[in-house]
Design a protein around this ligand. Sequence first.
Ligand code: PLP
Length: 419
Amino acid sequence: MSGFFSLSDRVLSASNKALQKLAGRFAEIDRISEQNTEKVLAAFQKHRVADTMFAGTSGYGYSDTGRDTLDLIYADVFGAEAALVRIGFVNGTHALTAALFGAMAGGGTLLSATGLPYDTLCSVIGLQGGHPGSLAEWGVSYKQVELLPDGAPDLERIFDAASDQGVKAVLVQRSRGYSLRPALSCAAIKSIAEYVHAANPGAAVIVDNCYGEFVETLEPTQAGADLIAGSLIKNPGGGLAPTGGYLAGSRELVAAAAARLTAPGIGGECGSSLGQNRLLYQGLFLAPHTVSQALKTAVFCAGIMEELGFETYPASGEPRSDIIQAVKLGDAESLRRFCRGIQMGAPVDSFVTPEPWDMPGYDCPVVMAAGAFIQGASIELSADGPMREPFAAYLQGGLTFESGKLGVMLAAEHLINRQ
Ligand SMILES: *Cc1c(COP(=O)(O)O)cnc(C)c1O
């Protein structure tokens, strides 16, 4: 390193050891990125992407060929019948909400197969009460099957719960979220889908795919899921998409979700792209590579923190199906220092000190480090953690491995060298 940042010998040596140990992992990440890049490029060519598709529409957004072609490209990339990619989705929660409301039209039971869903989805389902417009208010009942103690899905219980023919949809969360459980691989999602479909052929398997896109060479829609949804300011936006969300899956479920996003009878045919198409295309083109950079940053973070004596989830050598790296820091001050260090490595707002605050929807203060070009984009290097036992930091993103690695080293430095 050239000395623009001061790093101690202890951190530099832990970094070198980690890099040596992880060469094989990095080569594997490169292979996945190459395969996914081919998949994306082939879809661009098949659909004859042309410069004219980047021109925006305004108003109703009729005949937005750029927008409509991008839907077809997403469908191909995810191995699905149809897709809906829109800047009109305000975030991933919104895309998942459209997916759930579409699938649950007419009532019935929603079953979560992976324990309690992501915090924001609890409000959507109506688990936290008091939220007008939740699924509960629309007459949808809810039940959940816990994960097994090792974090694997409980296939027998899922089969039993899904056998109730009142179950119309089964929600599966791929990523770990704010927990130390492992992310579900597409192979594990395939088993869940097989059990659900065997128990209840009418039930749709809907996967919260946030943070999972392009981590493996398959996606859940190629492993039996009927519908997936996610955020464009995470993996599939490649760091360029300024906002938005996507859905991919069966024609019927995508159409039902589109009717929720806009209006019945209008669906995906309206929604102007306001000149953002190029960023969504270019972001998708970059996404397999950007995800590989985030994955290397995560694996490196695990490696260096292990060298420094911390517990990591997953460990540096373990398989991955999302870009999140959890590190158990053990006490409040360590969590704050780690996040402060990540912030010090950011290209934007590097000078600010993240402080824990009471975020809506969380039961304790949460500290967040993010110095991103796009507000809240967690495909950019970021770290956060709830201020409670086991005081774990959840790190994700890194647009380039070079900058991600530096951010992680600064976090390690700030953590272990306390002045
Ligand atoms: C990010 C995320 C969501 C959606 O969150 P938004 O902030 O609304 O985009 C849902 N589930 C998981 C697991 C996530 O990581």
